[in-house]
Design a binder for this molecule. Structure first.
Ligand SMILES: Cc1ncc(COP(=O)(O)O)c(C=O)c1O
Length: 443
């Protein structure tokens, strides 16, 4: 039986609540082992997990094995993995060159409390690739990279305030879906609107010399794979040049787009860039870099510079895997090919939605895309209405039933092992979804 047969037999229910109830029930019935693991974890972990993005009701699917772009869950079901570990899994789950590099690094001794040969090598690979990066340092995560980039901007400018975008996401303690969250680091903030060049210019100039930094994703990732317009990024560039604020592009996700990230594609060069996710082959990683004069605030050869600590900043497995990932596998040609594959997939998905005339579309760039259940252009972050929320959930369960693993919020991040045939399978599953759920998708 093809995995799509499962989707085809899903209920054609015109009432979304009933459809969802049925989908949830089928989901739970098929995954007793995941349910049991969740119940056990809940005894000692709030919500039964330790990474909020992986939480959903009734309980998340527990995965036990991955190979290439395939995953197997605790109940023995196989999936095509189109989530790609939220973009960190660019190389898939079993790239032999990454595994060999990590193994060799561990065989040579687990962390040596010393500088090694790989960190300089990886730094050269990265500096050679991204237009804004003259100097770079490493962290353990994208969150930390952003925190340290902001520290660099404060140290360099002697100012304290940071401007971020409403709807932006820069890590667990820098999350701006709502302006004020108890989870965020208590740094002085100003806000402006994504993809609104006039508002951004006005707001940056109004802050004037108060502003140490402007932090922006050149495509919103968590916010729904919504690309920034070149005009918007250029407005940020022009206004920050006027006030002296440090412009930071968070390319933790988007650095995979082409050889030099979205900064190269858009031709807008920030002062600093933050990186992370896939770049160490799937090992924990973050990096921040940029203009040499700004990064010099961490140069230990100079008196009075800032410290940048972190036990695992140059851990041997991330450094070794990063050198192979960026030096041998994800070269310019591989980056361009992956980008093209993603563009083709998004076009095919949008063509299917347009043919069916439904209020459903996919936004994104290259290998990252997200589903939206609304008509008209999606150019800014938005709070989905209750019906949209339910459709997203239904879509997620229907994709799982079809054997396709995506983010609960509807995001896809293609990995290198994903083939054209795999992309075709996703398009077919989306077409099945549209056919089965059409009454719920009216424009
Ligand atoms: C744009 C962006 N910045 C920063 C981060 C944080 O990275 P990490 O989860 O490695 O801390 C993420 C993670 O999803 C991200 O999407």
């Amino acid at each position: 039986m093809s995995p799509l047969d499962t989707a085809a037999t899903l209920p054609r229910n015109s009432d979304i609540e009933a459809a969802l109830a049925e989908a949830r029930e089928a989901y739970a019935a098929a995954r007793p082992r995941s349910a049991a693991l969740h119940a056990k974890a809940r005894e000692v972990m709030p919500g039964g997990n330790t990474r909020t993005v992986l939480f959903y009701t009734p309980f998340p699917t527990a995965m036990v094995r991955g190979e290439g772009c395939r995953l197997w869950d605790a109940d023995g079901r196989e999936y095509l993995d189109l989530l790609g570990e939220y973009s960190a899994g660019l190389f898939g789950h079993s790239e032999q060159r990454i595994l060999a590099a990590v193994k060799a690094a561990l065989d040579a001794g687990i962390n040596l409390a010393a500088v090694g040969e790989k960190e300089g090598q990886l730094a050269h690979l990265i500096a050679g690739r991204f237009p804004s990066i003259e100097m770079v340092r490493f962290t353990n995560s994208g969150t930390e990279a952003n925190l340290m980039a902001l520290a660099a901007a404060r140290g360099f400018t002697g100012r304290v305030k940071t401007m971020v975008m409403r709807g932006g996401y820069h890590g667990g303690v820098l999350t701006f879906g709502t302006e004020h969250s108890a989870v965020n680091v208590p740094i002085p903030l100003a806000f402006t609107d994504y993809n609104d060049p006039a508002a951004a210019t006005r707001d940056i100039l109004a802050e004037g010399e108060q502003l140490a930094a402007v932090l922006v994703e050149p495509m919103l990732g968590s916010g729904g794979c919504i690309p920034a317009s070149v005009e918007f990024l250029q407005a940020l560039r022009d206004a920050t040049r006027k006030t002296g604020a440090v412009l930071i592009f968070d390319e933790v996700m988007t650095s995979r787009h082409g050889p030099g990230g979205l900064q190269q594609m858009t031709g807008v060069t920030p002062d600093m860039t933050t990186l992370g996710k896939y770049m160490a082959g799937g090992m924990s990683f973050g990096a921040f870099g940029g203009r040499a004069d700004i990064m010099a605030v961490f140069d230990g050869h100079r008196p009075g510079t800032l410290p940048h600590a972190g036990t695992f900043n140059n851990n041997v497995w991330s450094m070794a895997a990063g050198c192979v990932a960026m030096g041998e596998i994800f070269d310019a040609a591989a980056a361009e090919a992956l980008y093209a594959r993603g563009e083709g997939l998004r076009e095919a998905l949008n063509a299917a939605c347009a043919r069916a005339g439904v209020a459903m579309q996919f936004t994104g760039r290259g290998s990252m895309l997200s589903v939206h259940f609304r008509p008209g252009p999606v150019t800014a972050p938005y709070k989905p209405g209750p019906a949209e929320e339910k459709l997203r959930e239904l879509f997620f369960f229907d994709m799982l039933a079809a054997g396709i693993y995506i983010a609960r919020r509807g995001m896809v991040a293609l990995s290198l092992p994903v083939t054209e045939a795999d992309c075709g399978r996703y398009v077919a599953a989306v077409e099945e979804f549209i056919a089965a759920r059409r009454p719920l998708l009216a424009v």
